[in-house]
Structure formats: C-alpha cells, structure tokens
Design a protein around this ligand. Structure first.
Ligand code: 1HE
Length: 269
C-alpha cells in the first residue's frame, strides 16, 4: 500500500487505509481498508499517530469508525512472519505509543463498532473513551489460536473494561461476545441498530464538543488516573482538578448562565 494524501478533511499525509472527514468541531477517522477487513498494518498505526498528533486546535472530539462489513480484523497478520523477538517488542511498543495518543490525547474519542471487532481492533476500540456498538458487532481475541499475544495494550485496557477473567476466557477459549453481550459486560456504552452507529457517534461527539474543554481534559486525563490511585491521593487529585476547572472563566460563565436561567436544565434523555 502506498502512502496517499488524505482524500478529504485535513490535508494530512495519511496512508490510503485511513480517511478523514471534518464535521464542524468533530473529526472523523475512517479505517478504510475493507478488502483486508481493516486489518491494521504498520503504515496504518503510524497514520493513526500522525492524525492524532496533527489535529487542528479547533477540533474538539473525534469519531473513529470502519469501512465495509467489519470495524477491524486486528493486527495485519501478514506482517508477523518475519518479526524476531526484539522487533516484536518494538512493534508492540509502537502500538502502545500510538494508542496512548488516543487515550491520553487532547480530545475525547468515540469509537463506532460493527461487525468483527477483534484482536488489535478491540484494542483500538478500548483506547477510545466512548464505544457505540451496532447490533452486528462482535468481539474476540483470537491471539491464542494464532499463537501470539495481544500487543496493543489489550492486557491493560481490556481487564479494566470487562475484568481479567473474561479477557482470559476470550484468549484461552476463543470465546466471542455479541453486541448485546458486549453491552451487558461493559465493552460498549451504547448499543444501536445496524447502520445508525455513525449518526449516534457524531451525536455524542457533538455533545462532548460542547463541554468546557478543561472539563473534557479532566475527564480523559484525570479521571482514569484517579480511579487507579489509592483513595487518599485520589481525593486530593480530585479536589485540585475540581478547583482548576471551576477557576476557569468558561466555567464561571456557564454557571452564571444557569443561575440567570439561560443555561440548560438536566432533563432525562
Ligand atoms: C487479513 C486479516 C488480518 C482478514 N491480517 N489480512 N486477527 C484475526 O485473527 C482475525 C482474522 N480475520 C478473520 O477472522 C476474518 O477475516 C474476519 C472474520 C475478520 C472477516 O471474515 P471475511 O470472511 O469477511 O473475510 P476473509 O475472507 O477472511 O478476509 C478477506 C481478506 O482480508 C483476505 O485477504 P485476501 O487477499 O485473501 O482477499 C484475508 O486474508 C484478509 N484479512 N483479516 C491480514 N488480520 C498488536 S497485537 C494485536 C494482535 C491481533 O490483532 S491478533 C488477531 C488477528
């Protein structure tokens, strides 16, 4: 696959396996290699990194989705053949670096999932902050059957989402979870009908983009770290983050709006 200029969106120099689109403050990143079921090769991983590191400052939320029948078949297995141990470590560390840019980047990321969400595809989804699953989505970690092991952060992120026992089961037995099961165990936060995932993802991203940027920062950077700290450190970190957020002019303006009956009420949606 030869690198090609992104067809649309941001004018970034991305591989042809990725496409971008801009919708106001939302950036869409499309895995666009459907003939290989959006298998993720090195070029694609590095393209994802390039996208996340050169986002324009006015982008406030991102939606990742996949072209064709499947979100992603995971690691491009054709690239595994020649890799020795040292190269394998470097490769996995590259995925870690890139997926860290997703999880701990500047803005929240919504992943829209359908069809196969397997191996590295599930690891990619786990690096996002919100997952919307269409009814066709299913999840698997076929690494055991392939004689390999997750390398894109799955051992760290997936047990936090669904628990170590379930991840062990998936890897040892090849168990798959369908979209409804994935919703029940916590892989996705939203479950929608097939064909409606992107609209839902964009709707959520639009809501997220309307938040104060510092609140979004706190949610994606402080919350997961606080959740992993001992509680006394967590309470301190929380109070510092709360004070920083409420000290911003933006927070003051939003509070004033509410108190002067202009701000939105909390209604059940
Ligand atoms: C691929 C890949 C791939 C498809 N690498 N080429 N991931 C897996 O073990 C999943 C492997 N893939 C599958 O089980 C199936 O392809 C699917 C269930 C996802 C889709 O099935 P289907 O019938 O729609 O497609 P297909 O006929 O199997 O595949 C179409 C083409 O995509 C075919 O290539 P072609 O040239 O013969 O047309 C496949 O070879 C190709 N293809 N999946 C390369 N994964 C950081 S570590 C992460 C570790 C992992 O991710 S391990 C899990 C790897």
């Amino acid at each position: 696959m030869s690198p090609a200029k992104a067809k649309d969106g941001f004018g970034m120099d991305l591989p042809s396996s990725l496409r971008t689109e801009r919708r106001g403050e939302i950036a869409l990143l499309l895995l666009s290699r459907p003939n290989k079921r959006n298998a993720i090769d090195d070029e694609t991983v590095l393209g994802i990194e390039a996208f996340f590191t050169s986002l324009p400052a006015d982008v406030r939320a991102i939606v990742i989705h996949g072209e064709g029948e499947h979100f992603s078949a995971g690691l491009d297995l054709t690239e595994l053949k020649e890799r020795d141990v040292a190269a394998g470590i470097a490769h996995s560390r590259m995925w870690h670096r890139v997926f860290d840019r997703i999880e701990f980047g500047r803005v929240p990321v919504v992943a829209v999932l359908h069809g196969a969400v397997v191996g590295g595809g599930l690891e990619l989804a786990a690096a996002a902050h919100i997952r919307v699953a269409e009814r066709s989505a299913y999840y698997a970690l076929p690494e055991g059957a392939r004689g390999i092991y997750v390398g894109g952060g799955g051992s760290v992120r997936l047990p936090r989402l669904i628990g170590t026992a379930r991840v062990m089961d998936m890897m040892l037995t090849g168990r798959t979870y369908d979209a409804a099961e994935g919703q029940a165990i916590g892989i996705s936060q939203y479950l929608v009908e097939s064909g409606t995932g992107l609209a839902k993802g964009v709707e959520l991203a639009t809501t997220i983009a309307a938040n104060a940027p510092l609140t979004n920062f706190a949610v994606i950077h402080a919350l997961p770290r606080i959740a992993e700290q001992d509680s006394t450190s967590g309470y301190l970190m929380e109070s510092l983050m709360a004070a920083i957020a409420q000290g911003e002019d933006e927070a003051k303006a939003r509070l004033k709006d509410f108190l002067e009956k202009r701000g939105p009420k909390v209604i059940q949606r």
